[in-house]
Design a protein around this ligand. Structure first.
Ligand SMILES: [Zn+2]
Length: 143
C-alpha cells in the first residue's frame, strides 16, 4: 500500500484502517452472501421469467469444480461454484438465470434457450465464462 508521505504513526494507522475498511466494504459488494444470491434470483425471476421460477435456496458451493452452476428442480435449490465469486455481477446473474430456467425446463432444448435469452447479456456472459474456462482448463464447462 502506498502511504502519503509525512504522516505521524497514529495518522498512518488510522489511514491504513480506513483503507482496509473501504476495501472490505468493496469486497463485500463483489462477493454476495447466500442471502444476497437468493434475493438476486427472485429479482431475475420476477423481471425475466414472470416470477415463475421460485428458488427455495441459492448458495455458494466450494466443491463444484467442473460446473458453474447446478440445481435440483424438485427442491428448488440452486448451487453456484465459488469460483464465480468476484466475477462481474452480470456474469453471476447469468449463471443464476441459467439455473432458474432449469427449474422450469430441465434440458438444454430450444425452449430452455429462448427463456435464457430473455436475460439481455446472456450471450456476452457465456462468452466471458467460456473464455475464462478455456484460459484456466483448456476446455469449456457445462452447467
Ligand atoms: Zn444448463
Amino acid at each position: 500500500m502506498l502511504l502519503p508521505a509525512g504522516l505521524s504513526t497514529t495518522d498512518e494507522e488510522q489511514w491504513v484502517r480506513r483503507m482496509l475498511d473501504r476495501l472490505a466494504a468493496k469486497e463485500q459488494r463483489r462477493r454476495p452472501s447466500d442471502d444476497d444470491l437468493l434475493e438476486r434470483a427472485a429479482e431475475l425471476s420476477a423481471r425475466y421469467l414472470d416470477g415463475k421460477a421460485e428458488p427455495a435456496s441459492v448458495r455458494w458451493v466450494e466443491n463444484q469444480l467442473h460446473r458453474w452452476g447446478s440445481c435440483t428442480p424438485d427442491q428448488g435449490t440452486i448451487r453456484l461454484s465459488a469460483r464465480l465469486r468476484g466475477m462481474p455481477a452480470w456474469v453471476v446473474d447469468y449463471v443464476i438465470m441459467h439455473e432458474l430456467v432449469h427449474l422450469l425446463v430441465p434440458s438444454h432444448g430450444p425452449r430452455f434457450w429462448a427463456l435464457v435469452e430473455r436475460y439481455p447479456r446472456a450471450e456476452r456472459a457465456r462468452g466471458f465464462l467460456e473464455g475464462f474456462s478455456m484460459a484456466a482448463n483448456g476446455s469449456p464447462e457445462e452447467c
